[in-house]
Write a protein that binds this ligand. Structure first.
Ligand code: UDP
Length: 192
């Protein structure tokens, strides 16, 4: 079994490396994939919010993003291989995308962060096609969703913070058979 149930959430419990291989294969095959990178805050929030819990449960993978989840598992004597952070997945998928000429759409963070992110990604990952970059303070989803639908990115990186990013992915993931992943503050980190 590849998952461990904690707080009613099935967490992926194998290594970071095996997780990346798994989502790379799915992305290669254009399988629609939703990844929740769950830190303890997300796991706790889901306990008190039925709608959010259902969204988390609808994900293809929930990874333990935070040492708190791994330590919690250990205390309960449950298997949990290691921490798998959204930021580490982000870096790995950028690298993999660059090596394999994939494409990506980036949504989230402040407009000034997006400008720096665009330069950084273009410079460090020149073979990754940037199909779109949109800051996370848009008023209307529809234009953005249509753009994602039309451009069919291999990967959609969503950094709107939680639960906004998971709500957005849950609502719109069907428009493109992409890897959809919520990344919290990762754009701020990479661009900084
Ligand atoms: N953010 C956004 N739109 C919003 C609210 C937040 O794009 O309406 C961005 C924010 O600029 C930051 C990211 O979401 O880059 C993550 O925010 P935060 O650190 O608060 O979330 P967490 O990482 O704790 O999920």
């Amino acid at each position: 079994n590849n998952t461990t149930k904690i707080l009613n959430i099935e967490f992926y419990n194998r290594s970071f490396k095996s997780f990346c291989e798994l989502i790379e294969k799915r992305t290669e095959e254009r399988e629609n994939t939703f990844v929740v990178t769950a830190n303890p805050e997300i796991a706790v929030n889901a306990q008190n919010d039925r709608k959010f819990m259902n969204i988390v449960k609808s994900a293809d993978f929930v990874v333990p993003d935070g040492i708190g989840i791994v330590k919690g598992a250990k205390m309960l004597d449950l298997p949990m291989k290691e921490r798998i952070s959204g930021y580490d997945i982000f870096l790995e998928m950028l690298k993999w995308g660059n090596q394999n000429n994939k494409s990506a759409y980036f949504v989230g963070s402040k407009p000034e962060v997006i400008i720096k992110l665009r330069n950084k990604v273009a410079e460090q990952y020149p073979n990754l096609t940037i199909l779109g970059m949109k800051d996370g303070y848009f008023k209307n989803d529809i234009k953005l969703v249509k753009s994602i639908q039309k451009s069919k990115p291999d990967m959609v990186f969503m950094a709107l913070g939680s639960p906004k990013q998971e709500e957005f992915i849950n609502k719109y993931r069907k428009v493109s058979n992409s890897l959809w992943i919520g990344l919290g503050g990762s754009f701020d980190v990479l661009s900084g």
